[in-house]
Design a protein around this ligand. Sequence first.
Ligand code: HSE
Length: 426
Amino acid sequence: MTLKIALLGFGTVASGVPIILEQNSEKISQLVQKPITISKILVRDASEKKRLKEQGYDYHFVTDIDEILSDDDISVVVELMGRIEPAKTFITKALESKKHVVSANKDLIALHGKELLDVARQNNVSFYYEAAVAGGIPILRTLATSLVADKITKLLGVLNGTSNFMLTKMVEEGWTYDKALQTAQELGYAESDPTNDVEGIDAAYKLVILSQFAFGMTIDYKDVTHQGITTITPEDVNFAQNHGYVIKLVGSIEETKSGLAVEVSPSLLPEKHPLARVNDVMNAVYLNSIGIGESMYYGPGAGQKPTATSVVADLMTLSNEVASNDQAKLFNNFNRPSKIADLEDNQSAYYFSIALSNGSKAELTEFLKNEGITPKAFVLEKSSSGKNLAMIKTNVITKNQLEQIEQKLQTSTAFQLRNAFRIIGD
Ligand code: HSE
């Protein structure tokens, strides 16, 4: 008997599933009790079906989800369509039809995971999504199993392959933003709408999921402050390099005494920090924990085969659970009341880039002093637009202080805050 599965969607990742099943078939067949076979594939419409057939794909393509839901031979539905709808409806119906579900849809799991997991539990089926976070890095199962005995205090992640690829090419090879984005899209790293990649939204979704596995807290996406890579300038990159830092888009979760401080933002990492060397499409999750201390999990965060490999790992787990008639399992059992940190407990040093329109350096220094900032580094230079630009490394301040400074500078005619990036490790 085989484990019959249906794929919903046949894009970059989904078309990688048969490739992995085929290329790694010898190992997979040794490790699963039921061989995995693709029974049906849901595609958008007749024209997509025709196009795929013409490309030589010899699968049973269907355009109506009911053909999958009503097929009792199919025990697993693999959702790889992305976005919220119709994926949410299809997953809900699949779970209600007592089918296990595998998905790589971080948007959906971050926004509606709790609800979907409840439906899975009520129907006694499993819902796995290893591929939803950091593509090819098996981080969720690692947190849920291998790290089960450890208490994690801080998580830092380079969690978006597209933006990391773009930043690396822009910094190291002088590519323009547009060239970097277009190449990332051509390589199949970016989401269909890359806004989520470059604005930090995709990384924020991944943090929501990681928070549940690493800290047992199901946080609300709205509690994740996020900022993307679109405002980073060559001046910011130069300042960082001249002061021993690398700018990366970093997602962080830190447990403070009042709760979790969670955010995604461009951040200055010391050159020697392990995350500073995570380049191109690579992702990494760096942990501080009581038992292990420091550890890092590194690998490709996007791309066809890496992500499909994580999907197939979920399928193999299911194959063995189904063959053994196991009770459906929760992907992760860690569960605590969710608490978000007070702004006072959320502390960091920052890099500020401030344009001086009418104000002088002395006036800016006085303003900063009144806000409790003693600059650790202060560089004044002409920006590309000919304005005086102050670039400052601050002492450690609270989020409260930062918000006050941002508010005051918003209404100032003398100074404009261009960027405020966290400095990690100071
Ligand atoms: N667009 C995502 C990224 C794909 O670039 O990381 C994997 O989630």
